[in-house]
Design a protein around this ligand. Structure first.
Ligand code: ADP
Ligand code: MG
Length: 758
């Protein structure tokens, strides 16, 4: 029996899923697998585990497991549910990578999808779970997709063994055909239960024009205007990343200082007489500067209305609304001034933020202040922040992109999808009618993709194939993917993994058909298992797995981090606008070239080429305290350096987890490698990048002048070249390995390192 507090019980009753409890629980009883769709905020994540608990799914020795694609959600939802059920976090717990509060009493367990995947590796039948809930399935994260594929097999197996298990897939959108109608996955279509959420109308305001790149500045100005001119109600701002979130928070706090910010925000602002007066004044001022605007005067546009209507409606609204005029896109300059009479309670929200900081967004803001949450994509679907009336949407999202040639990943900011933008807008209409300010035009919106593509189709799959082989899934081609990766991608992945030694060589066969069959079912090797433990591309994981020799690991970790982050050097090759600028840039290039040669070192280390430059740059930067000034002066990207530092920390933790004897600690400032370490590093690099070998074309082979100074690679028919920015540009070693090939005016190799002939 659950003993909830009366106010919690009252709040629950208002949630749309409460009305469907009977229907949902009956469907779960009658079926092994059920899909549940309901708008964000309808109560799926917080209530369904409670329904299941009360229906007895956690009695005896079975427990209820819920997976989230994000750590933030796993932590905060477990706490919320524990609180709602009036139970200890020993019973309602969470587990994320490297952290958790699960006990032997745990009955409801929130976890990231990666954690459950690792558990499947240990116990394929997931014996301790009676129910698994896959939450946020609409996000189509690679791990969610794989989990659904695995569970489609595990659930019937459990049934056969007489220990039945239930699977519940939850989605915030109705786009679930990839699961429900996929015969390979589930032979019979899954029952889908739809919960209708209460949604107040949200008026969508587009910018007339789309600001160039300064969407952060544009967002700042918009927030200032909302805060100065519109009635009370929380503001939720969508930006793309942690750094942006922080700089925005700083700017807003400067513009609208909130005094108890410095004391940790918890203290009652009315503690002292002086503060009480100050707040009174602030309130009066706010009354003056926040005239009541009758929202009925503006065309309202519920976000969940038909798409065709929306296009037309929005076009009309762009010009017709006074609210738009007042909040127009003109960049006024008066906003930067400080306004202490209008306190704004500014809170950041992003995945890596400490949980106690994240928790603040759920509490009411101090009296007399307006809440403003500056968030990344995490606030789009997984979390519902109470009291939000205004949404400011930059329309962008930071996504990982993958290099087709190398599989190296990077983060890039791109336009989001229409579905995402509508989810974001919907955050404004939870408690009363709201407004969404989009910092882009309706024309730009109509060019957005309708939905974000499943992640699995957009990237090479070598890392994924390695993870699956580590799960003893040998025939990855036969795996029931909700959306399968291309055959080409699978073959390339398997081939690479064999060459890295992560998979066993396929046996020799005669026919091409047999060849295909054995090629795609190679079992994993012990080395492959070690590699599978590192959260980087298999090429780099191989380097890490080999890095133990001669104390090289700290260098290998740094190299791998630098290669994974990429683009650590500032761009110096852009076309110049004028002669003068051209001369300046040439000067700077010359200086930066000098720096690189310095970092490349002397003697043996020269052989490591551009990779030694990376090591030297990271070392020098950390030695100087990794300041923006140092980076600017030496042509390094400050953000990249910060990312490298963070990744080095993560990889150090991972290495220690794989091999506790390593007892590695992160020493940001490394001494340069010794000569014998350099030789060792060379071998390690060659082991990881062995398939990226290039041979210099000799004079006697020069049939065509286009091959002059060119290199021949097994992958490409045309010559590739060493880039003038490379420290090996003048040396032209006979054999090199490269990190990637980038086509600009020519096919250029980047991250080049020399290979010594035996
Ligand atoms: P869904 O999963 O369908 O998006 P949730 O179960 O996450 O919905 O949220 C249901 C409601 O519970 C939301 O309207 C939200 O306001 C409230 N809620 C969720 N988490 C918290 C929390 N930590 N503090 C206060 N309210 C919360
Ligand atoms: Mg949810």
């Amino acid at each position: 029996p659950v003993d909830r507090l009366p106010e919690i019980q009252a709040a629950r009753l208002k949630l749309p899923v409460l009305g469907e409890e009977q229907v949902i629980m009956e469907a779960v009883r009658e079926n092994m697998c059920v899909v549940l769709c309901g708008e964000t905020g309808s109560g799926k994540t917080t209530q369904i585990p409670q329904f299941l608990y009360e229906a007895g799914y956690a009695s005896g020795d079975g427990i209820i497991g819920i997976t989230e694609p994000r750590r933030v959600a796993a932590v905060s939802m477990s706490q919320r549910v524990a609180m709602e059920m009036n139970m200890s976090t020993r019973v309602v717990s969470y587990q994320i990578r490297y952290e958790g509060n699960v006990t032997s009493d745990t009955k409801i367990k929130f976890m990231t999808d990666g954690v459950l995947l690792k558990e499947i590796q240990k116990d394929f039948l997931l014996q301790k779970y009676r129910v698994i809930i896959i939450d946020e399935a609409h996000e189509r994260s690679v791990y969610t997709d794989i989990l659904i594929g695995l569970l489609s097999r595990i659930v019937p197996l459990r049934n056969k063994k007489g220990r039945p298990m239930k699977l519940l897939i939850m989605s915030a959108t109705l786009r679930v055909e990839d699961f429900t109608e996929n015969k390979k996955l589930f032979p019979r279509p899954l029952p889908v239960i739809k919960v209708d959420a209460r949604q107040f109308p949200v008026t969508v305001h587009f910018n007339r024009r789309t600001p160039t790149d300064d969407y952060v500045g544009e967002a700042f100005r918009k927030i200032c205007k909302i805060h100065r001119m519109l009635p009370p109600g929380g503001i939720l701002v969508f930006l793309t990343g942690q750094a942006e979130v922080h700089s925005m928070c700083r700017r807003l706090r400067r513009a609208f200082p909130f005094r108890s910010n410095r004391t940790g925000l918890e203290s009652d602002p009315k503690d002292t007489e002086e503060e009480r007066k100050w707040f009174k004044k602030a309130k009066q001022k706010k009354m003056l500067s926040l005239p009541r605007i009758n929202l009925d005067n503006y065309s309202t546009l519920p976000v969940d209305e038909g798409d065709e209507d929306r296009q037309a409606g929005i076009g009309d609204e762009e010009d017709g609304s006074d609210l738009d005029l007042e909040l127009g896109d003109d960049p006024g300059d008066e906003e930067e001034k400080c306004d202490p009479m209008l306190p704004l309670y500014v809170l950041p929200l992003y995945s890596l933020l400490a949980p106690e900081q994240q928790g603040k967004v759920f509490r009411p803001p101090p009296a007399g202040t307006r809440l403003c949450v500056v968030a990344t994509n995490v606030a789009e679907t997984s979390l519902t922040i109470p009291g939000i009336k205004y949404v400011v949407d930059c329309g962008r999202v930071k996504k990982r992109f993958y290099d087709r040639v190398t599989g190296v990943s990077s983060f890039r900011v791109t336009w989001t999808s229409q579905a995402s933008a509508n989810q974001r807008a919907g955050r404004a209409g939870r408690t009363e009618p709201g407004h969404c300010y989009r910092l882009y035009s309706s024309a730009v919106f109509s060019d957005f993709q309708e939905f974000s593509e499943a992640e699995i189709t957009r990237r090479p799959v070598d890392d994924l194939v390695l993870q699956m082989k580590d799960l003893n899934i040998e025939k990855v081609v036969n795996f029931p993917f909700p959306t399968p990766p291309s055959m080409e991608a699978l073959v390339a992945a398997e081939h690479l993994l064999v060459s890295l030694g992560a998979l066993e060589e396929p046996p020799r066969v005669r026919s091409a058909k047999d060849m295909e069959r054995v090629r795609l079912s190679c079992p994993i090797t012990p080395l492959g298992r070690a590699m599978a433990a590192f959260p980087v591309a298999p090429r780099y994981a191989k380097m890490l797995a080999m890095g133990k020799q001669q104390g090289c690991l700290p260098y290998v970790i740094t190299l791998v981090a630098a290669m994974t982050v990429r683009e650590i050097f500032e761009e110096t090759d852009r076309p110049a606008a004028s002669e003068e600028e051209n001369a300046k840039m040439a000067q700077r290039r010359a200086r930066l070239g000098q720096m690189r040669r310095l970092w490349a070192g002397q003697g043996a280390s020269l052989l490591l080429g551009d990779l030694m430059v990376m090591l030297g740059a990271v070392g020098a930067c950390e030695y100087a305290g990794c300041t923006p000034k140092f980076c600017q002066e030496n042509g390094l990207r400050y953000k990249a350096m910060l990312e490298i530092r963070q990744l080095r920390g993560q990889l150090t933790t991972a290495v220690n987890a794989v091999d506790p004897e390593a007892r590695l600690y992160l020493d940001a400032k490394m001494a340069p490698p010794t000569e014998s370490q350099v030789l060792c590093l060379q071998q390690i690099v060659l082991a990881g990048l062995g398939d990226h070998l290039a041979r210099r074309v000799q004079v006697e082979e020069l049939l065509d002048p286009k091959w002059h100074n060119g290199y021949k690679t097994p992958l490409l028919d045309s010559p590739v070249f060493i880039h003038p920015n490379s420290v090996l540009f003048k040396t032209l070693p006979d054999y090199v390995v490269y990190q990637e090939v980038l086509e600009t005016s020519k096919m250029y190799m980047r991250g080049v390192s020399a290979v010594q002939e035996e």
